[in-house]
Ligand binder design. Structure first.
Ligand SMILES: Cc1ncc(COP(=O)(O)OP(=O)(O)O)c(N)n1
Ligand SMILES: Cc1ncsc1CCOP(=O)(O)O
Ligand SMILES: [Mg+2]
Length: 264
C-alpha cells in the first residue's frame, strides 16, 4: 500500500520524514532515480496560492490555504512570480505553513532557497528552473520535488530525475499565467501520461494543470492524471472550502471509476 501523508512522521529536526527503510537512493553508476524509494505524494487536489492572482496579503493567503485543506486539498504551493522582496515572501510562506499546520505539504514554486529558509516540505520546479539534481542536493532526500512536464520528450527524461511527482500541462487555456504555452488538451495529456508511465512506471504521481475546474476535472483524471492542480477554480471568488470539497469529490469519484485511489 502506498504511504499516505498522514503516515509521514516529523523527525527531530522538524522537517518531514518517512519511516525507516524508505530513504531515497540513487542507482550507483546509472544515475537512475529509484521511483520506489521516493516519498509518496498525494496529488489529488493541489492548490496553488499565486500572489499575482490572489494578492500578497499574508493573512488572506493563509486563510485561503486553511480553507483549501479543510475542504480536502492534499498539496499546496506558494507561487510568486514577482518576487522583489524575499523577506516579505518568506513571511507569507511561513504564515501559510503555520495555517496549514501539517495537514498537507506546502511547496514553494521555483525557489529552493525560500523553501529551505521557511522549512517547508519541498519545491516545484519547471524545465528552466534549478535542475532537480541540484535541488535534491540542496534539500536532501526527504524533501518533495515536483517538476513541470509539457512535452513527450520531457516525459521521456523522467526515468533519471530525482523527483517525487510530475505535473503535466498546460492542459486547457488559463487566465492565471502570463504567456502560457499552447494547451495540449486531453489528447495531449493522455499522450504525455503514456510516455511518463513508460519512463517511470506507475509509481510516479502525475498531476495536470491549467484551466481545470469542476466541469473538466473528471475528464483530466480519466485521461490518466492522478490529480489536478488549480489556482482560479479553487481560490478565486470565495467559498474555497466548498469548492475544494466539490473538486475533491469529483477527483475521487473519477479515480474510483478508474480503479485506484489516487495515491501511488
Ligand atoms: C503544479 C505545478 N505545475 C506546473 C507549474 C508550472 O511551473 P513552471 O513551468 O516552472 O512555470 P511557473 O509556474 O514557474 O511560471 C507549477 N508552478 N505548478
Ligand atoms: C502555474 C501554471 N502553470 C501552467 S498553467 C498555470 C496556472 C493554472 O491556473 P488555473 O488553474 O487558474 O488555470
Ligand atoms: Mg517555475
Amino acid at each position: 500500500m502506498a504511504l499516505g501523508w498522514q503516515m509521514l512522521e516529523r523527525d527531530r529536526g522538524g522537517s518531514m520524514s518517512i519511516g525507516a527503510g524508505q530513504e531515497r537512493r540513487q542507482d550507483a553508476g546509472l544515475g537512475l532515480a529509484r521511483p520506489s524509494a521516493g516519498i509518496a505524494v498525494d496529488l489529488r487536489l493541489y492548490g496553488i496560492l499565486d500572489t499575482g492572482v490572489l494578492g500578497d496579503d499574508a493573512a488572506a493567503l493563509a486563510a485561503l490555504a486553511a480553507e483549501a485543506v479543510a475542504g480536502g486539498a492534499t498539496l499546496l504551493q506558494y507561487r510568486d512570480k514577482d518576487l522583489t522582496d524575499a523577506r516579505a515572501a518568506l513571511a507569507r510562506i511561513r504564515a501559510i505553513h503555520a495555517a496549514v499546520n501539517g495537514r498537507a505539504p506546502l511547496l514553494v514554486n521555483d525557489r529552493v532557497d525560500l523553501a529551505l529558509a521557511a522549512g517547508v516540505e519541498g519545491v516545484h520546479l519547471g524545465q528552466s528552473d534549478l535542475h532537480p539534481e541540484e535541488a535534491r542536493r540542496l534539500l536532501g532526500p526527504r524533501a518533495i520535488i515536483g517538476l513541470t512536464v509539457k512535452t513527450g520528450a520531457q516525459a521521456d527524461e523522467l526515468y533519471r530525475l530525482p523527483i517525487d511527482y510530475a505535473c503535466i500541462g498546460g492542459v486547457f487555456a488559463t487566465a492565471s499565467k502570463d504567456n502560457p504555452d499552447p494547451p495540449v488538451g486531453l489528447d495531449g495529456l493522455q499522450r504525455i501520461v503514456f510516455r511518463a508511465r513508460l519512463a517511470r512506471g506507475q509509481a510516479l504521481p502525475l498531476g495536470a494543470i491549467a484551466g481545470i475546474d469542476a466541469s473538466n476535472a473528471a475528464s483530466v483524471i480519466r485521461a490518466g492524471a492522478d490529480g489536478v492542480a488549480l489556482i482560479g477554480a479553487l481560490f478565486k471568488g470565495g467559498a474555497t472550502e466548498a469548492k475544494a470539497r466539490d473538486l475533491r469529490a469529483r477527483v475521487d469519484e473519477a479515480l474510483g471509476q478508474r480503479g485506484n485511489a489516487g495515491m501511488r
